[in-house]
Design a protein around this ligand. Structure first.
Ligand code: PXP
Length: 237
């Protein structure tokens, strides 16, 4: 079954609004796992506006499922992940001031940079994933640089799903087929929610993992974290 990794950045955003420890991000990570999450994702950004490097260090020893750290691979990010050694690092090409990730890698333009970083991370025993759109040349490029997995950037799916879910999913089916044929594992994320997740997961075979933050944490305000995680997991059945 496709794994659900819960992105807990938003918990840190609320905490940071006041400083202090409320809500407690390490407790939130533990509760997500207790309620059935298969993994915890964090995305520390250079300005520390949600998850901080200190959070990452505190969360790692508590995670009993899979820990996934996403981010732009600048030197401080790479030092952090090599120190913390999560199960997976997802490389994202986001500018330091981006509100959220807004594009996948151009795996042709950045081939040599990504290949070096991936080889370095893999030599530390860390599984690698890179954030990509559905352009087939970028999937081919991902296979060439030896990453273990890709994470399909699903914002376009989520937007188009509201108009025509069949045309929204079509490029993702093709991209996933090529990725699987090329030996790549497949993750997906961004703007997935309780309305669009089941259709996505049922149409993408070999989907290893989805990572979901914004909608899931928002739903938890109304449904509670336990019920929310249960409903997202049901979408993946
Ligand atoms: N994947 C990546 C690379 C991301 O940057 C994000 C947002 O932090 C997500 C997945 C999760 O997206 P959302 O918060 O919309 O569920």
């Amino acid at each position: 079954m496709t794994k659900l990794s819960v992105n807990i950045n938003k918990i840190a955003t609320i905490r940071n609004a006041r400083g202090g420890m409320l809500p407690n991000v390490t407790l939130a990570a533990q509760r997500c796992e207790q309620f059935g999450a298969d993994g915890i994702t964090v995305h520390p950004r250079p300005d520390g506006r949600h998850i901080t490097y200190t959070d990452v260090r505190e969360i790692k020893p508590l995670v009993t499922t899979e820990f996934n750290i996403e981010g732009y691979p600048n030197s401080s990010f790479l030092d952090l992940v090599k120190e913390v050694k999560p199960h997976q690092v997802t490389l994202v090409p986001d500018a330091p001031d981006a509100i959220t990730s807004n594009a996948g890698w151009d795996t042709i333009k950045y081939e040599s940079m990504l290949a070096d970083i991936i080889s370095d991370l893999k030599s530390c025993g860390i599984r690698t994933s890179i954030f990509v759109d559905t352009e087939l040349k970028h999937i081919e490029g991902a296979a060439k640089i030896n990453t273990d997995r890709i994470e399909l950037y699903t914002e376009s799916y989520a937007t188009e799903f509201l108009l025509d879910k069949f045309s929204a999913i079509a490029p993702f089916i093709e991209a996933a087929k090529l990725a699987h044929k090329s030996g790549l594992g497949i993750n997906a994320g961004h703007d997935l929610n309780l309305e669009n997740l089941a259709f996505f997961a049922s149409n993408i075979s070999n989907l290893d993992e989805v990572s979901i933050g914004h909608a899931l944490i928002s739903d938890a305000l109304y449904l509670g974290l336990e019920e929310t995680i249960k409903q997202y997991k049901n979408c993946l059945k």
